[in-house]
Design a protein around this ligand. Sequence first.
Ligand SMILES: NC(=O)c1ccc[n+]([C@@H]2O[C@H](COP(=O)([O-])OP(=O)(O)OC[C@H]3O[C@@H](n4cnc5c(N)ncnc54)[C@H](O)[C@@H]3O)[C@@H](O)[C@H]2O)c1
Ligand SMILES: [Zn+2]
Length: 363
Amino acid sequence: MNKRKILVPLGDKSYEVTLEAGILNNISEELLKIGITKNRKILVISNEEISNLYGEKFLNNLKDNKFQAKMFLIKAGESYKNLKTLSEIYDVAFEFGLDRNSIIIALGGGIVGDVSGFAAATWLRGIEYIQIPTTLLSMVDSSVGGKTGVNHPKGKNLIGAFNQPKAVFIDPETLKSLPKREFSAGMAEVIKYGVIRDKKLFEYLEIEKNKHELINLKNEYLIKIIDFSIKTKSHIVSQDEHENGVRAILNYGHSFGHVIENLCGYGKFLHGEAISIGMNIAGKIAIEKGLWSKEELERQQILLESYDLPTEIPKINKEEVLTILMGDKKVRDGKMRFILPKEIGAVDIYDDVDDALFLKFFS
Ligand SMILES: NC(=O)c1ccc[n+]([C@@H]2O[C@H](COP(=O)([O-])OP(=O)(O)OC[C@H]3O[C@@H](n4cnc5c(N)ncnc54)[C@H](O)[C@@H]3O)[C@@H](O)[C@H]2O)c1
Ligand SMILES: [Zn+2]
């Protein structure tokens, strides 16, 4: 099976994403290739679910190759992406004797990746870490770009750091065990890349044969869309690592997505599902503003639905929508910013959307 490498160009923080089916079985070899020598301690962070599927084999591969590795399992779920879990990781890091030369490996979805990356950013003022994402969402989104962190009781991702990984290894084989609903949620972010920057990706996803092969998890097709997605993310992040400008377009669909996640209760919709509805709302606003065509909005909706994503706007109260939007981190200088499409493959950032224009979509 062929291997693909994508460079994330960030000066002295540049790194490569390696994509290959079965790469998890050769992880020791891959680590040696990027200069992780056997005298460096490795703390692998995962959760029980993922560890039962891949962890033991993964750890044995490291141990058989004489790496000094230990695995620590955090609890699964957004409610454990917090300071308490982080503190438990520090305890293990201390006991295991993780020093400045040691390395953390995140083996799991976005939650494992975000917490591990932040632990690596802060332990001994920063040690290296590697991302091995195992959900579609973490493969195409959270493992690349260096946003790491945990939640505060008052809000998601309020505590964190920009911390780029040393490398990312992606094995599409791991998607075979992922629940279908989680796979679809990841597809929302893939479709997002199509709308914001990559018309070719969007058109690729529309082709029936490709859809069929993707839903049936054919590696060749998965690798293609992960590759497309990471290239787009990498290109945007390398222009604006700390989200002072263009990186904000990655938040397409996310303002309303957060409203939906918040007001419908975390757990009702997965992140990707909320983003799918959020993209539909952003698209409708773009139509109202005369920016986008109805035909393209319809294509977006059909594509989202064909990957089993919801697009229907749930009934939520206007006042509450406003409160959440105003509290959103994306509000700067008191102005709400929205990412709106102009055509498939191109969006812009607008801060001149009247409240009335979007509130009409809520009850
Ligand atoms: N850092 C970023 O740039 C960024 C971007 C997007 C999202 N995020 C964060 O990512 C998190 C969501 O990540 P996620 O969607 O990957 O969810 P997740 O990490 O919760 O994983 C989803 C579920 O799938 C299970 N799982 C993971 N891999 C599996 C596999 N291969 N087979 C079977 N089960 C598997 C997990 O145990 C979990 O129960 C959120 O906390 C979000 O804030 C971060
Ligand atoms: Zn997202």
